[in-house]
Design a protein around this ligand. Sequence first.
Ligand SMILES: [Zn+2]
Length: 101
Amino acid sequence: MRRAHCRCETVRNFDYEEAAEKLGCKARFLRDNIRRLPHQRMGEAVVFCDCELDLIRALHTFVPPSVEALLNPPAPSAAPSEVPTLHSIRPSKGRNTARVS
Ligand SMILES: [Zn+2]
Protein backbone atom coordinates (compact mmCIF):
# COMPACT_ATOMS: atom_id res chain seq x y z
CA MET A 1 0.00 0.00 0.00
CA ARG A 2 1.44 3.35 -0.99
CA ARG A 3 1.53 6.02 1.59
CA ALA A 4 0.69 8.99 -0.61
CA HIS A 5 -0.88 10.80 2.33
CA CYS A 6 2.29 10.58 4.41
CA ARG A 7 4.51 13.62 4.32
CA CYS A 8 6.59 12.80 7.35
CA GLU A 9 10.27 13.38 6.71
CA THR A 10 11.00 10.95 9.44
CA VAL A 11 8.00 8.82 10.25
CA ARG A 12 7.28 8.76 13.92
CA ASN A 13 4.53 6.36 14.87
CA PHE A 14 2.20 6.60 17.82
CA ASP A 15 0.28 3.79 19.41
CA TYR A 16 -3.37 4.02 20.40
CA GLU A 17 -2.67 5.71 23.70
CA GLU A 18 -0.18 8.18 22.27
CA ALA A 19 -2.43 8.98 19.31
CA ALA A 20 -5.40 9.51 21.59
CA GLU A 21 -3.32 11.80 23.75
CA LYS A 22 -2.27 13.86 20.73
CA LEU A 23 -5.80 14.04 19.37
CA GLY A 24 -7.36 14.73 22.73
CA CYS A 25 -9.74 11.80 22.40
CA LYS A 26 -10.11 8.41 24.04
CA ALA A 27 -7.99 5.51 22.87
CA ARG A 28 -11.23 3.55 23.03
CA PHE A 29 -12.69 5.77 20.31
CA LEU A 30 -9.76 4.99 18.03
CA ARG A 31 -10.04 1.28 18.72
CA ASP A 32 -13.78 1.24 18.11
CA ASN A 33 -13.48 3.12 14.84
CA ILE A 34 -10.20 1.78 13.56
CA ARG A 35 -11.74 0.27 10.46
CA ARG A 36 -12.60 3.69 9.09
CA LEU A 37 -9.53 5.54 10.34
CA PRO A 38 -6.22 5.82 8.49
CA HIS A 39 -3.60 3.82 10.33
CA GLN A 40 -0.78 1.34 9.91
CA ARG A 41 -1.15 -2.25 11.00
CA MET A 42 1.87 -4.35 11.69
CA GLY A 43 0.76 -7.68 12.97
CA GLU A 44 -1.05 -7.01 16.21
CA ALA A 45 0.18 -3.47 16.41
CA VAL A 46 -1.79 -0.50 15.14
CA VAL A 47 0.08 2.77 14.89
CA PHE A 48 -0.49 6.24 13.47
CA CYS A 49 1.93 8.78 12.05
CA ASP A 50 1.31 12.53 12.25
CA CYS A 51 -0.26 12.58 8.79
CA GLU A 52 -2.75 9.94 9.80
CA LEU A 53 -3.58 11.91 12.91
CA ASP A 54 -4.17 14.96 10.68
CA LEU A 55 -6.51 12.93 8.49
CA ILE A 56 -8.38 11.70 11.54
CA ARG A 57 -8.76 15.31 12.68
CA ALA A 58 -10.04 16.28 9.24
CA LEU A 59 -12.48 13.37 9.24
CA HIS A 60 -13.97 14.64 12.48
CA THR A 61 -13.99 18.33 11.83
CA PHE A 62 -17.46 19.75 11.41
CA VAL A 63 -17.92 23.27 10.14
CA PRO A 64 -21.50 24.58 10.16
CA PRO A 65 -22.62 25.98 6.77
CA SER A 66 -22.87 29.49 8.22
CA VAL A 67 -19.23 29.35 9.27
CA GLU A 68 -18.21 27.80 5.97
CA ALA A 69 -19.79 30.75 4.19
CA LEU A 70 -17.73 33.14 6.27
CA LEU A 71 -14.54 31.29 5.45
CA ASN A 72 -15.27 30.80 1.74
CA PRO A 73 -17.44 33.62 0.44
CA PRO A 74 -18.82 32.78 -2.99
CA ALA A 75 -16.89 34.30 -5.88
CA PRO A 76 -18.64 37.42 -7.22
CA SER A 77 -18.83 36.07 -10.77
CA ALA A 78 -20.23 32.74 -9.70
CA ALA A 79 -22.85 34.09 -7.35
CA PRO A 80 -23.67 37.74 -7.77
CA SER A 81 -25.12 39.10 -4.62
CA GLU A 82 -26.21 42.37 -3.12
CA VAL A 83 -23.98 41.93 -0.13
CA PRO A 84 -21.16 44.44 -0.33
CA THR A 85 -17.66 43.14 0.07
CA LEU A 86 -15.42 44.67 2.68
CA HIS A 87 -13.48 46.52 0.00
CA SER A 88 -16.58 48.19 -1.39
CA ILE A 89 -17.61 49.53 1.98
CA ARG A 90 -16.52 53.11 2.60
CA PRO A 91 -17.10 55.11 5.71
CA SER A 92 -20.13 57.27 5.30
CA LYS A 93 -19.52 60.97 4.97
CA GLY A 94 -21.33 63.45 7.08
CA ARG A 95 -21.52 62.94 10.78
CA ASN A 96 -18.46 62.77 12.96
CA THR A 97 -15.98 64.07 10.46
CA ALA A 98 -14.77 67.66 10.85
CA ARG A 99 -16.38 68.87 14.00
CA VAL A 100 -14.82 66.54 16.49
CA SER A 101 -12.51 68.65 18.62
ZN1 LIG B 1 3.20 10.59 7.91
